[in-house]
Design a binder for this molecule. Structure first.
Ligand SMILES: C[S@@+](CC[C@H](N)C(=O)[O-])C[C@H]1O[C@@H](n2cnc3c(N)ncnc32)[C@H](O)[C@@H]1O
Length: 241
């Protein structure tokens, strides 16, 4: 087991990230299951636990590795690579996974530069959790193409994220998602809500599921399917293979 701070492809001045500043708020969101992490975890466990999944797993935008800390135990994977541009959650991830008996690497890097950060390794499972929607359309296409290129034979990609419901565009998404946040995320203070709202308006570029599936097919994946059932209108899991 290594747990080494390798492949720092971001310079010190680049390390400030909105998720460094707002990790406490995001942690509250996970703890209250506001973004359906529990349902997503069940789907990932079913997908990865049902077969003989071995090899390396790449977790892009891993944050503090909350979900892998819950789905990795019991799997037969050999190595975990977490990539995040925010240093603080990456430190928490390192602590959280330290006891697991698999090779571990934490890359302080932009997910769009994961190939350089991970030294051109290939991966048997790639997980993109609530991180793809921060990219613009062209970046999403480039990222999925790079992931396709780095996938080991028989490998698969699990994208869990925010998607635009039918008939919703980015402008209406702001209104309906924030309405949902205001209504249901009751543990947030007014100040925390304002932070979240500002973050969403600045950094969120969700697409419909159909658009992400189409980008996946254009990137060379022959399968691009929605898997499992996640409550609510916005959070879903797509499997690309
Ligand atoms: C909403 S959090 C999701 C964390 C975790 N994957 C989860 O399932 O809860 C998004 C994470 O992606 C990271 N992130 C966003 N854009 C990134 C990028 N371009 N490169 C690397 N990390 C990024 C953020 O720092 C943050 O930790």
């Amino acid at each position: 087991m290594s747990g080494d701070p390798d492949a720092n492809t971001l310079r010190d001045g680049d390390s400030a990230s909105i998720f460094d500043e707002q990790w406490t708020i995001y942690r509250k969101i996970i703890d209250h299951n506001y973004m359906e992490h529990d349902a997503i975890l069940a789907i990932i466990r079913q997908l990865l636990g049902s077969g003989e999944t071995t090899g390396r797993l790449l977790d892009l935008g891993c944050g503090d590795a909350e979900l892998p800390s819950r789905y990795l135990p019991g799997l037969r994977l050999d190595a975990y690579h977490g990539v995040d541009r925010a240093r603080r959650p990456l430190d928490f991830a390192r602590e959280k996974l330290a006891m697991l008996p698999l090779d571990q690497h934490f890359h302080h890097a932009d997910q769009n530069a994961f190939q350089r950060a991970t030294g051109g390794l290939n991966f048997h499972v790639v997980v993109l959790g609530f991180a793809l929607h921060h990219n613009r359309h062209a970046e999403k296409a480039a990222l999925l193409a790079a992931i396709r290129e780095s996938l080991a034979p028989g490998g698969e990609v699990l994208v869990y994220d925010i998607f635009l419901p039918a008939g919703c565009d980015r402008a209406t998404y702001f209104e309906c998602y924030l309405e949902e946040v205001r209504r249901a995320w009751t543990a947030l203070t007014a100040d925390e809500y304002e932070h979240i709202a500002a973050h969403i308006r600045e950094y969120d570029f969700p697409e419909s599921m159909e658009t992400v599936q189409e980008i996946g097919r254009e990137a060379g994946f022959s399968q691009a399917e929605k898997v499992g059932t996640v409550p609510g209108d916005f959070h879903r899991v797509i499997r690309l293979a």
